[in-house]
Write a protein that binds this ligand. Structure first.
Ligand SMILES: *Cc1c(COP(=O)(O)O)cnc(C)c1O
Length: 438
């Protein structure tokens, strides 16, 4: 037992682990990872979307290397540095005007959402926050406090937090039914226990990814936006997983035709390096100095990574690539749905796709064990996918934005085989013993 995975288990804590199968990699190029057993693994997860340009992209390596070689310090706390300023200028140029005030930089989606949750309350004097059941806004105390994902049960929520249902068109039977039930719930709250004039902000995910890759019904977020504007509530859009080209548009909120007040970026922004950004109006973002910082925030190396990512997305037309490869994948996944009883629903935009597995299509019963077995079998066959969802039964596809149609179809052929093997009962559920997932 001297493989990398087993050595890891003797040296590295499990506190941050979210494991689905014994994956250990020693390198990667493009959409491929190299397993420590020498196998090529086709990466449909991209480390939860963080490896937006795939692995080892030369533009990223070059930009980071340049920033490191002539290093303008290691932080923006007490000095300005050029990569940070350039990245802030770039981000301001790509967001809607109402959000284009100032940029805050952090390391992760978690610290960015936590900072915004504190800043909106401090700057508006309103103490309440709204977010969605099933929402994942991060893993730090302050970001868990405004999240609604069941994997974080037992951790305290913010005292001013109210969680509202995210419209789930598949569960509700139709987008219209999901939308009207969710809106009715919110209006009921506003009329009773949650006075809207006390609400500072509504944190939304434009697609609820960790909650199950839920795509909002048409028109739903327009209604939410209208309610927020009416009551002076800031609309905070968490684009951490599905933003920056992934959905086939630059911003995922573009599919809902809304303009958030504050936008949070993370994961893919750094292409694998830790950087997040929150962009919003000056009144919020300049509320106070020394309000929320960590020493290495705004370091020029990670900012240079962000610049290379945004530049490469433009130069290589990756938004259009995500749209067209995503369409190919969606069609291929719908073909699989016709063939595999396990697939209850296929959804998503661009390269943010979800496949919900059910053991009974009529009752939409979550196929929890089968989902875990399918991702395990896919890994054995050379494809990396993970699962999400409040019931742990949604396969998630967030591959590199650079993925080709050939690679996409190759991965789906593997998925086809994995689904067939699980449906035929060829996998031993004991394989899952060491892998709790979430
Ligand atoms: C992953 C994620 C976060 C947290 O980002 P980290 O980099 O893990 O801190 C926040 N929001 C959404 C929507 C995410 O998917």
């Amino acid at each position: 037992m001297n493989g990398l995975y087993d050595r890891e288990s003797r040296s590295v804590s499990t506190l941050a682990h979210l494991r689905f199968f014994p994956q250990a990699v020693t390198g990667g190029k493009g959409c491929l990872l190299r397993g420590d057993d020498g196998r090529d693994l086709l990466d449909f997860a991209a480390s939860w979307g963080a490896a937006s340009l795939g692995h080892g992209h030369p533009a990223l390596a070059e930009s980071v290397n340049r920033a490191l070689t002539d290093q303008a310090g290691a932080s923006y706390l007490s000095t300005a540095n050029e990569p940070c300023v350039l990245l802030a200028e770039k981000l301001l140029s790509i967001v809607p005007e109402r959000a284009a005030g100032r940029v805050w930089f952090g390391h992760s989606g978690s610290d960015a959402n936590e900072t915004i949750a504190r800043a909106v309350v401090a700057a508006t004097g309103r103490k309440r926050i709204l977010s969605f059941k099933g929402a994942y806004h991060g893993g730090t105390v302050g970001s868990v406090a405004i999240s609604g994902h069941p994997a974080q049960g037992g951790i305290d929520k913010a005292s001013g937090l109210s969680l509202v249902p995210y419209p789930d068109a598949y569960a509700a039977g139709s987008p219209e039914a999901a939308s009207s039930a969710a809106l009715a719930h919110l209006e009921e709250l506003f009329a009773t226990t949650v006075p809207p004039e006390e609400v500072a902000a509504f944190f939304i995910e434009p697609i609820q990814s960790d909650g199950g890759m839920l795509v909002p019904p048409p028109g739903y977020f327009r209604e939410i936006q209208a309610l927020c504007r009416k009551h002076g509530i800031l609309l905070v859009c968490d684009e951490v997983k599905v933003g920056l080209g992934r959905t086939g548009r630059l911003h995922a909120f573009g599919h809902s035709d809304i303009e958030p007040d504050i936008i949070v970026f993370g994961k893919g922004l750094g292409g694998g390096l830790p950087i997040s950004a929150a962009v919003g109006p000056e009144a919020i973002m300049n509320h106070a100095s020394a309000f929320s910082f960590q020493t290495l925030h705004g370091n020029p190396v990670c900012a240079a990574a962000g610049l290379a990512v945004l530049d490469t997305i433009e130069r290589e037309n990756l938004v259009a690539n995500a749209a067209s490869v995503g369409d190919t994948m969606l069609t291929a996944l719908r073909d699989l749905q016709a063939k595999h009883e396990l697939i209850g629903n296929v959804r998503g935009h661009g390269l943010a796709l979800g496949v919900e597995l059910v053991s009974d299509r009529a009752a939409r019963t979550p196929a929890i064990e089968q989902t875990a077995l399918v991702v395990y079998r896919a890994f054995q066959l050379g494809l990396v996918i993970y699962y999400v969802g409040i019931n742990s039964n949604v396969l998630e596809f967030t591959p590199p934005l650079t993925m080709s149609k050939d690679e996409a179809l190759r991965g789906i052929a593997i998925l086809d085989q994995a689904l067939g093997d699980v449906e035929a009962g060829r996998l031993d559920p004991q394989l899952l013993e060491r892998f709790a997932g979430w």
